[in-house]
Design a protein around this ligand. Structure first.
Ligand code: S3P
Length: 172
């Protein structure tokens, strides 16, 4: 694929279960770029797992740690970066992402029940999903943030991760 010369990184945003990591990995290998997952980056920086960070420090502190990890992640070039589902909640994060045209941000969207089912299938431990009703409210509150953050929104409800990658590459 042809990558526009001014483009340094692609950022994937969206709720848990949106496919940020799966799509990010495939996308990076198609472009010959590096894939960076913000959750993993944060776990490596702190030496703790995401559930441990939530448990030890509470969510507010988690968001600050996440924000710092994001600043260092955004220093990388030729990188596909998958954000955490809650990353856009921090104002600092939103400001940091306003570094166009070097950064192109894509919102991977789907309705809440679809995302929730995908998360259950994955069986991963995610503190924010412990209470499904609260998770649905968070989804509704975050949705406009994802839209505002992104240059492009892709509805992933009925397309495969590979089709999403094809669509995304065509849109660059
Ligand atoms: C969170 C999403 C998770 C992770 C943490 C909090 C959220 O990332 O950062 O569990 O608040 O939605 P993924 O979207 O990669 O699962």
């Amino acid at each position: 694929p042809t990558i526009p010369p001014h483009l340094r990184r692609l950022v994937l945003t969206g709720f848990m279960g949106a496919g940020k990591s799966t799509i990010g990995r495939t996308l990076a290998s198609r472009l010959g770029w590096t894939f960076l997952d913000l959750d993993t980056h944060l776990e490596q920086r702190t030496g703790a797992t995401i559930p441990q960070l939530f448990e030890r420090h509470g969510e507010a502190r988690f968001r600050r740690l996440e924000s710092t990890a994001l600043a260092s992640a955004l220093a990388h070039s030729n990188t596909v970066l998958a954000l955490g589902g809650g990353t856009p909640e921090g104002l600092t994060n939103r400001l940091l992402l306003e570094q166009t045209p070097a950064t192109f941000t894509v919102f991977l969207d789907a309705p809440f029940p679809v995302l929730f089912d995908r998360c259950i299938m994955q069986g991963l431990s995610r503190p924010v999903l412990a209470d499904p009703d609260a998770a649905q409210l968070r989804f509704a509150a975050r949705h406009p943030l994802y839209v505002r953050l992104a240059h492009l929104t892709i509805d992933t409800t009925s397309i495969t991760p590979e089709e999403t990658v094809d669509f995304l590459i065509a849109a660059l």
